[in-house]
Design a protein around this ligand. Sequence first.
Ligand code: HPA
Length: 274
Amino acid sequence: MTENKIRKLQQTVSWVKKFYPHEPEIGIVLGSGIGNLSREIEIEFKADYSEIPEFPVSTVKGHSGELIFGMMNGKRIVAMAGRFHYYEGYSPEQVVFPVRLMKLLGVKTLLLSNAAGGMNKNFKVGDLMIITDHISLFTANPLIGPNVEWLGSRFPDMSEPYSRKLIEKARAVAFKNSITVKEGVYAGVSGPSFETRAEYKLLHMAGADAVGMSTVQETIAAVHLGMDVFALSIITDMGIREEDNVITHEEVLQAAREAEPRLTAIFKALIGSI
Ligand code: HPA
């Protein structure tokens, strides 16, 4: 089983190397409604997920499903336009396959983005939130199963999943670009149903400022691999709110699109500073 996992990864690495022999140093994952950031990349090579051996295919509206290689702000990067979610039916291991691939291609720093529901009363729709820590107990851990020592240790430390150094750099970059950013704890849940009022309240009481259906599995896999991680959420809806409104996927995508230029500016400047 372990050999099989390693073989699959190596096959995909060889396939990529045939077309793109360079080593990207930064990996980027673009969340729901955040695909436009890829316009900032000077593209050198890209592949549809359906072409890449061992890659699952993304099915969610708002995700294009391409792995893009190129330059951004002077750095060699690889970006996932569209990610794999646990709620789509992929195993947690499939969800993190691209993160492992990125590591084997040379990536040392992983930048994650997502759409998230806000629970902190000081947040509003359209805010950006730097993830300072996460709660992943409400979804499946991608490291369950036999550990592949070649990738990382059985019990990785999670005391600093999001690099303090990168958080500091992002704060500085946001300030310099006059972009307001909030900070907080992200709770990862499986979805696909949005949370009930009682669930938002519970997550908030548990210490979370925002909740979403992605990111934590990728972060855990990246920490296991020894990568530095930075993650930024767009608050696309408020879970704890006064009005009696319902939350829709369209509203989430719309809010993400509106906030995207600010997120892109931060990612671009942060990449330049790494
Ligand atoms: N809950 C979970 N995931 C989400 C939300 C939410 O309110 N908004 C965007 N992704």
